[in-house]
Design a protein around this ligand. Structure first.
Ligand SMILES: Nc1ncnc2c1ncn2[C@@H]1O[C@H](COP(=O)(O)OP(=O)(O)OP(=O)(O)O)[C@@H](O)[C@H]1O
Ligand SMILES: [Mg+2]
Length: 312
């Protein structure tokens, strides 16, 4: 076995993974921190970035206290990203504290995503994982769009699944909006509304609509399937849900002409909340559970096989 640490080729820039969801409380922070710890066990350096404006809690998930230095200092121009990066006790894992002073409103709208990503890409990590806020507000959609890997978490509950479809529709529309005129985009929204109300005389298809309508080209839409959303079904309590990810994938294909990648299910495990209560991440307190294996499988699926040499 090769025990040498390789990491990613340090000449390459970090890969940015963004984790989001349609519904709150489905496990974004747990998945983000678990991916970070799993990648670090594979020998990679990882920076976790807490961008959840509703209240940061990556630090709690990692068993740490909130840091005074936080992303607000970067967004308000007082510090560079590397100046607010905080090491953790976990080898090769650092993090950037999110807003904890939420009594002073946090607003991402003035944030220039291109600039943020340029700054993130200049950092010397193999992977950067952003725990993003939930839902389909424009800024979060923009950050999701800019990510190298777009990871979407749902639970098995119908409320979460429903919000998954709403998020995906928003993501498609948002991606098409910037490639067309306001007039053409308004035409698309009107057709979608009519479709939802059952007023169209034939089934709606994004592909056919974009082909046939003035002001659109198919390419931006087809690109969404080339860099697919990676769907994670979390907190699975029964084998009955083993194929839920594939069902959501087929629905997306059938109704949106969109290819998404269902990368697997994560068991519901009581040890998760028990470990958080003990201020220790479950992948550290219980490293050899099925859940740990499921995270490993997902990371292996997402990273370049060339980068799997350092597994110990
Ligand atoms: N696979 C799991 N098994 C058991 N409990 C879990 C699992 N995943 C998450 N949890 C628990 O669910 C709760 C919510 O998880 P988490 O905070 O990661 O969700 P979130 O989507 O980040 O929430 P928010 O929208 O508030 O940011 C936590 O108490 C966590 O311990
Ligand atoms: Mg969270």
């Amino acid at each position: 076995m090769d025990l040498t640490f390789h990491g990613r080729n340090q000449k390459t820039e970090p890969q940015v993974w963004v984790v989001t969801s349609g519904k709150g409380g489905v496990g974004k922070t747990f998945v983000s921190t678990s991916f970070a710890l799993t990648l670090s066990k594979l020998g990679h350096s990882v920076l976790l970035v807490d961008l959840d404006l509703s209240g940061a809690n990556i630090h709690t998930s990692l068993g740490l206290k909130p840091s005074h230095l936080n992303i607000r200092h970067y967004f308000e121009g007082q510090k560079a990203l590397h100046e607010i990066t905080i090491p953790t006790p976990h080898p090769r894992v650092s993090y950037i504290q999110g807003y904890w002073d939420t009594w002073a409103p946090a607003d991402l709208s003035p944030v220039n995503t291109t600039h943020l990503f340029q700054d993130l890409k200049s950092l010397k990590y193999d992977y950067i994982i952003i725990d993003s806020g939930l839902g389909a507000s424009e800024k979060y959609l923009e950050i999701f769009k800019a990510a190298d890997e777009k990871i979407f978490v749902t639970s098995t509950e119908p409320t979460s699944i429903e919000k998954t479809y709403r998020f995906i529709e928003n993501y498609i529309c948002y991606s098409l909006k910037e490639k067309t005129s306001a007039e053409s985009y308004a035409g698309l929204l009107k057709t979608l509304r009519n479709h939802r109300q059952g007023l169209l005389d034939q089934p709606f298809s994004f592909k056919s609509y974009l082909k046939e309508s003035e002001g659109f080209t198919l390419e931006p839409f087809l690109n969404l399937s080339k860099q697919p959303i990676r769907l994670v079904v979390n907190s699975v309590r029964s084998h009955n849900f083993a194929t839920l990810g594939y069902s959501i994938k087929s629905v997306c294909y059938k109704y949106y002409d969109l290819n998404i990648d269902s990368i697997g299910c994560l068991d519901y495990d009581n040890a998760v909340w028990q470990s958080i209560n003990n201020r220790e991440h479950v992948l550290l307190s219980q490293p050899f559970t099925p859940l740990a294996g499921q995270f490993l499988g997902m990371c292996k699926h997402l990273i370049d096989p060339e980068e799997l040499r350092a597994v110990v």
